[in-house]
Design a binder for this molecule. Structure first.
Ligand code: IDP
Ligand code: MG
Length: 162
């Protein structure tokens, strides 16, 4: 019937995005989320949680040899984080564009860090840097059943599929 025909098939690329404790404390949750939402990306998982330091070290394990690793993990576990998974075509790479450069001083105006942050140690948001890290980070932060599969009404207008 007509209902079962209205199932759309998309490249279900997903990325892990976190609003860090400094972004939460500064009241930037909805500001940051709206940039992903208005772009056309789809929220498929979200939670608010205070990561333990041990969990922060797992999340940032790639950086464990860096001098700033300990401070980074302290800041990251210092308060609530908004952990999210966003879905859409090209969301991993384009999510990084929305976020801007690691150092807010080098982030372009119009990006999240360019518009809303000043120093690298308080750059308010995390985003996966590639397909492998996206998969690993989503698995670290969420159980499979916490990821919600649904089609949004906007998809046919975003992607032009009908
Ligand atoms: P990214 O968040 O843009 O992916 P990464 O190189 O993965 O950047 O570093 C993770 C986080 O570590 C950064 O977002 C930033 O908060 C922090 N960081 C990176 N480089 C420095 C530094 O040179 N000094 C202090 N903190 C840093
Ligand atoms: Mg990174």
């Amino acid at each position: 019937d007509k209902c079962s025909l209205s199932i759309f098939f998309f490249q279900l690329e997903r990325t892990f995005i976190a609003i860090k404790p400094d972004g939460v404390q500064r009241g930037l949750i909805s500001e940051i989320m709206s940039r992903f939402e208005r772009k056309g990306f789809k929220l498929v998982a979200i939670k608010i949680t205070v990561p333990s330091k041990d969990f922060a070290q797992k999340h940032y394990h790639d950086l464990k040899t860096r001098a700033f690793f300990d401070v980074l993990c302290d800041v990251f576990s210092s308060g609530p984080v908004i952990a999210m998974v966003w879905e859409g075509e090209g969301v991993i790479k384009y999510g990084r564009k929305l976020i801007g450069a690691t150092d807010p001083q080098k982030s372009e105006p119009g990006t999240i860090r360019g518009d809303l942050a000043v120093v690298v140690g308080r750059n308010i948001i995390h985003g996966s840097d590639g397909p492998e890290t996206a998969k690993d980070e989503i698995n670290l932060w969420f159980k499979p059943e916490e990821l919600v599969n649904y089609s949004s009404n906007a998809e046919k207008w975003l992607y032009g599929v009908n």
